[in-house]
Design a protein around this ligand. Sequence first.
Ligand SMILES: [Fe+2]
Ligand SMILES: [Fe+2]
Length: 310
Amino acid sequence: MKMLANEAPTAPPSLTTPAASPATPGARNASIWVTVLVENSVHGRQLQGEHGLAFHLRTDRGQMVFDTGQSELVARNAPLLGVDLDAVQAIALSHGHYDHTGGLATLRNLAPRARLFLHPDALINRFSGQPDGSTREVGLPDAARAVVCEGGEAVVWTRAATEVIDGVFLTGEIPRETAFEDTGGRFYLDEAGTQPDPLLDDQALFFDTTEGVVVLLGCAHAGVVNTLRHIGRLTQGRPVRAVLGGFHLLSASEARLQATLEALAALDVRMIGAAHCTGPAATARLWAAFPDRCCTCAVGSAFRFQRGLS
Ligand SMILES: [Fe+2]
Ligand SMILES: [Fe+2]
C-alpha cells in the first residue's frame, strides 16, 4: 500500500479504478463494503443507536473504521453486524468532537496494532454554545486523547490528503470556499465562548469505484459543498457516486439549504445517505428533492460498491 506523505503538501492522490489495471491470474470482483456501526438511529434487530457516527470499511485487502461513535457501543453493534473489529488495520477520525471519537479507547483495545489517522487539531480543547448561553465541552474525551498521545509511530497526522487503506483516502484539510457554508453551529475554542472554533481538523473519507467516488462525511463542519469540491480536485473531477454521513445542516439557513440542494443536483450525486447531524428538516428537504437518490444510513445499513477487478 502506497502511503502519501503527511504534514506536507502532497500531490493529489492518483485514483485509478482497479478495472483499468491489467487482469491478473485469479482475478476476482473487487468490492468495498461500508457498514454503519454507530449512528443516531437503528435499522435492524438488537442493534442500538446513539448520537454519534462510525463506519466500518472492508476491501479485499484491508479493513478500517472511520470515526468511533461516542461510547463503547461500536463494539456492541459490530458482532451483530458480522464485523470483526480485531481485524481493523486503521482507525481514521473525521474531527475531534466527542461523538466521533469517544469509542476510540474501546476500538484501540480490540485492535491494538491499528494505525490512527487524524488531523492534529482534533486534539484541541473545544466547546459548544448552549441555548442558555453557557458552553459545554465537546472535544476528545480523556481516554481517547490518551490513546492518541500514547500512539507513537502508529499515529499518522493528516493535514493533507492521505491514503488510509487500499485506495481509501482522508481528504486532509478542506478549503472553505463557499459563501453560504460555515461550521454549522456555535463552536468555540474557549469555555467562555469568545473564540470561534474553525474546526480545521474536519475531513471526509473517500474512495473511487467503477461508477465514481464515494464520500463518507463525519460532521461536514467544512461544509458539504466545500468537501465535495475539494474531493473533485483530488480526484481530477471524477463524478460523485454517493455521499453518506453527517451533513450538519441542523441549523442551516434557507439560503444554505437551497444552495446545498442545487450543488448536489449540479454534481449529479446518485446516492445520498444523510445521517447523524444532518437534522430532520434538512433530511426531509433532501428526501423531497431527491426521492430516488436518498437512502437510509442508520446503524445496520450496509453498502457494497464495485471497484472492478483485483
Ligand atoms: Fe457529530
Ligand atoms: Fe462534529
